[in-house]
Design a protein around this ligand. Structure first.
Ligand SMILES: [Zn+2]
Length: 493
């Protein structure tokens, strides 16, 4: 029986590759230059209403708009663009060839995880589990939910901190199925954290890292077996003609407003209601439960080379936009120093196009996470979603430098809030662990926890004479009264 099941599975996978190639035979990717006037922009928005056209990037007056066009539509779309004086280039002349290259890379894959190839979900998940066995004190894997087709949505925690007192950073990837570079980059970062040298040790000692490397596992698998360019989840809601929801338009914050389409067959369909998708729900649930501790939320996408801050649903900016922008610029600069890759930083409604119901907007607007960024990875449209596997390592290494800048900013911020001010007051005499004072603070949440070392300063040491008892008692009592009154004051204010 088992053998029989395997045979079926192999056949299904194999024919899937063939279907995927066939599906894109004769498809072209057209790139429209960004110098659009308002009339031309409106014409593109109108064009978007046609069936079969897949806008890899939304119409924008600020950057190129890429459209995947089926063979039967190529000539009519070209006429449409020419009649409106809209300049365009054919950036991929036959998408089938690009998809075939992908297929070959997958067929050549040698077992195990590496960053020279894109991997199936089972390889990624097996690698995560292996990390917990190799580093059980640093890595923890758990499930935060299940996808529509019942696949686990895995969460990985990486930290040496044993207490839940570190600031936390959350990185997710793969909410859009076809953006393969995103999970590949997320897993690379995990690998780097698990092999940090002394110079980067602060990153795992002083910060808790959480990864959701494949938010939309159903869609991700579907891109490997059936349709390389699938974007959405694989859910089927009653009364709907088409499958799938754009999970990154499904979050319950200004849901269904700008940049979404009510048509269930559209690639930006926000779903029948907010959080209809278990994938969006699981991600939000984790962010919400840990919202006090999570200081940064980075959601990895492709493509366009952008650091996007909130908000997408409005042109209004968050109050602390300057801080967000400043950190984004610093991160982008660190990224550029590696291979010279340029990223732009800003709010989507200002530098891209409006979108609503995204995880990034929700993270800021509802969970009040300080630094949420959407990172649109390589490239700028030459290969788009079909980024060659040879670009995984350069993309991942440069992005990692940017993410380290954000991580270190969180560590600095945590030091500034001086959480352990009571220890600094006397200055660290020597460091020790397992004390009642630390425990009271860390586990019992005691606000004012002091070790009071009484007389004397070292002359008689433990042999303090009895005549010192009364004076020591009296003076200490005055100190304790100050603390007691502070607690009464705190209660009354
Ligand atoms: Zn995306």
């Amino acid at each position: 029986m088992w053998t029989y099941a395997c045979v079926i599975f192999i056949c299904a996978s194999f024919s899937g590759f063939v279907d995927s190639e066939k599906m894109y035979s004769g498809y072209q990717l057209l790139s429209i230059s960004k110098t659009l006037n308002k009339t031309q922009y409106d014409a593109l928005v109108e064009l978007q209403k046609r069936p079969r056209l897949d806008f890899w990037s939304e119409p924008s007056t600020m950057r190129t708009t890429d459209i995947l066009v089926a063979p039967q539509d190529v000539s009519s779309v070209e006429v449409y663009l020419k009649n409106r004086n809209i300049d365009y280039l054919v950036s991929i002349a036959d998408v089938k060839i690009a998809v075939e290259k992908d297929t070959k890379q997958r067929e050549n894959r040698q077992g195990g995880m590496n960053w020279k190839q894109y991997h199936r979900l089972d390889v990624i998940y097996a690698w995560l589990e292996a990390q917990t066995h190799q580093n059980p004190r640093v890595v923890q894997v758990s499930n935060i939910g299940k996808s529509y087709e019942n696949r686990p949505i895995k969460l990985v925690k990486i930290s040496t901190g044993t207490y839940h007192r570190n600031p936390a950073i959350v990185i997710d990837a793969g909410i859009h199925a076809r953006e393969w570079i995103a999970p590949a980059t997320a897993t690379y970062m995990m690998k780097q954290l698990l092999s940090v040298g002394l110079e980067d040790r602060d990153l795992i000692d002083s910060l808790d890292w959480y990864f959701i490397p494949v938010v939309n596992p159903d869609g991700y698998e579907y891109t490997h077996t059936e349709d390389r360019l699938w974007r959405k989840t694989r859910s089927k809601h009653s009364d709907e003609e088409c499958i799938g929801v754009d999970a990154n338009r499904n979050f319950d914050f200004h849901w269904g407003e700008a940049g979404t389409k009510e048509d269930a067959c559209a690639n930006t369909y926000p779903g029948p209601y907010p959080f209809s998708e278990s994938e969006a729900n699981a991600t939000a649930g984790f962010l919400w439960t840990n919202r006090g501790r999570i200081k940064a939320y980075l959601t990895l996408h492709s493509y366009s080379q952008l650091f996007l801050t909130p908000y997408g649903y409005t042109e209004d900016l968050p109050d602390d936009y300057d801080d967000l922008h400043d950190l984004g610029v610093k991160a982008a600069k660190a990224l550029e120093e590696v291979h010279g890759t340029e990223y732009e930083v800003g709010a989507p409604s200002h530098i891209l196009y409006a979108n609503s119901g995204s995880s990034r907007d929700w993270a800021k607007g509802v969970a009040e996470i300080q630094y949420p960024f959407t990172i649109e990875l390589r490239d700028k449209g030459d290969s788009g979603f079909l980024l060659p596997a040879s670009e995984i390592l350069p993309t991942a290494t440069e992005t990692w430098e940017a993410v380290k800048v954000i991580g270190r900013k969180l560590i600095q911020d945590a030091h500034k809030t001086n959480r352990f001010g009571f220890l600094r007051y006397v200055g660290p005499i020597y460091s020790y662990s397992g004390s009642s004072q630390d425990w009271a603070r860390e586990f019992a949440d005691v606000k004012y926890s002091y070790t009071v070392e009484l007389r004397d300063s070292g002359k008689k040491k433990f042999l303090l004479p009895p005549e010192d008892i009364l004076d020591t008692g009296r003076e200490t009592w005055e100190a304790v009264k100050v603390i007691a009154r502070k607690i009464i004051d705190d209660r009354d204010t």
